[in-house]
Design a protein around this ligand. Structure first.
Ligand code: FDA
Length: 394
């Protein structure tokens, strides 16, 4: 029977990175994953290019019952620190939007870097192993698996959240926390498309595939200036995914297609210059034609009506209709959510080591913890930072 310094459950972003860092510090490490392939979420992330960090990382870019919790780990292992690893591995990268760093090539390069780092330090990675039972035996953790029993001085739970069960996500980490008496805050899907009731959906479906820039805001929380994408099921696109993490059942969101408040003035000026044209065509200069049709529908204005015939009140009404208040009825759920909100209560963890205060030697890192980033590379940065902080304590 093998006894090691640390067993890490989950060979995803946080687990693989923690394994490499701990192994580099001379610790004997075994990583266990039930999936056939390690790092599967990394591989599919960022459209296959992995948005591996964001240079604007700051506690405000995370949702948590205690947003300050993440600060220590994020400060000790920063986006620049991870970037140095990426460059050290010879992986070329590119900055897409401000601060958002992606691989120039395939996301699998990041997986290779992490696996290479772990194996170089002597960490063993075992896939297709299911963990049957975890118990405490004196100072050690006893981990009964489908491959036999292991003992470890420390146990690191890096099994991620519930999103995308198809590629191996489970609620295992939350259950394990509860078995050890560690509180888990309610979990729900985040960074996920929103769904709508029949009437609103009926207006959206004909626009499926159209994207439009907007400022989208939840009832409580920040607004996001990013594109909204109409789909057959409702709304998606970066702005909607961001807001979905703040949205609660029963609440409305606003999708403002005129955040600069210039639309009414622009339509009035157009009436002056080219009033013979149709109002629909005039509005389509400011947004995709099909979206303009939706706004006019909401404003109760015929798109083929002459712009010249519209009074100021009508043009103001059109601009007001472009500030849409929408009532989602739900989300697409864990099937398509990029992350899981909630999770292991940070109040039960030490922010320097990610160790459970009440269970010495038991650590939680990555998405299983109640720290969830915005879209844009923040979730991977949390995985790296929390893994690094934990590895220093192994
Ligand atoms: P992660 O999910 O990476 O790993 C958990 C591991 O545990 C998995 O390998 C799983 O098989 C294993 N596991 C689960 N249950 C187990 C059990 N019972 N026994 C053994 N093993 C078990 N973030 C970002 O910053 N930039 C991006 O570009 C993207 N893009 C993106 C796209 C898509 C489609 C998704 C779904 C998500 C993203 N994300 C992202 C989010 C990011 O992928 C996520 O936050 C991190 O992978 C979390 O890292 P963890 O290591 O915590 O979990």
């Amino acid at each position: 029977m093998q006894t090691v310094d640390a067993v890490i459950l989950g060979a995803g972003a946080a687990g693989l990175f923690a394994a490499g860092e701990a192994a580099a510090r001379g610790r004997s490490v075994v990583v266990l994953d039930h999936a056939r392939r390690v790092g599967e979420k990394i591989r599919i992330s960022g459209g296959g290019r992995c948005n591996f960090t964001n240079l604007s990382t700051a506690p405000e870019r995370f949702l948590s019952a205690n947003p300050r919790f993440a600060l220590s780990a994020l400060r000790r292992f920063t986006p620049r620190d991870f970037l140095a690893r990426v460059e050290g591995a010879g992986i070329s990268w590119t900055e897409k939007a401000a601060g958002q760093l992606f691989c120039e090539g395939k996301a699998s390069q990041i997986v290779q870097m992490l696996v290479g780092g772990a194996e170089a330090g002597g960490a063993q990675i075992h896939t297709e192993v299911s963990v049957e039972e975890v118990t405490r035996e004196g100072e050690l953790f006893r981990i009964a698996t489908s491959d036999g029993v292991l003992f470890a001085r420390r146990l690191v739970v890096a099994t991620g959240g519930k999103s995308i069960p198809k590629i191996g996500a489970t609620g295992f980490g939350y259950r394990l926390a509860e078995e050890f008496g560690i509180p888990v805050l309610e979990t729900r899907p985040g960074l996920v498309p929103l769904t709508f009731a029949e009437q609103e959906l009926g207006r959206m479906v004909p626009l499926a595939g159209v994207a439009v820039p907007a400022r989208v805001a939840p009832t409580k929380g920040p607004g996001f200036d990013e594109p909204v994408l109409f789909t057959h099921r409702g709304l998606s696109g970066p702005a909607i995914l961001q807001v979905s993490s703040y949205w609660r059942e029963g609440e409305a969101i606003t999708a403002d297609l005129d955040p600069g408040r210039s639309l009414a003035a622009a339509l009035k000026a157009a009436r002056q210059e080219a009033g013979k044209g149709q109002i629909g065509k005039a509005l389509a200069r400011h947004m995709p034609e099909r979206v303009a049709g939706l706004v006019l529908d909401l404003a109760g204005v015929d798109p083929v009506a002459r712009l010249a015939d519209q009074g100021n009140a009508v043009l103001d009404r059109i601009a007001a209709a472009a500030r849409m208040e929408l009532r989602p009825v739900g989300t697409e759920g864990y099937r398509t959510a990029e992350v899981t909100l909630g999770g292991v209560d940070t109040a039960a963890l030490d922010g320097r080591s990610m160790e459970a205060k009440a269970v010495p030697g038991l650590h939680f890192i990555g998405e299983v913890v109640d720290v969830t980033g915005w879209l844009g590379g923040y979730n991977f940065q949390w995985a790296w930072s929390s893994a690094w902080a934990c590895a220093q304590a192994l």
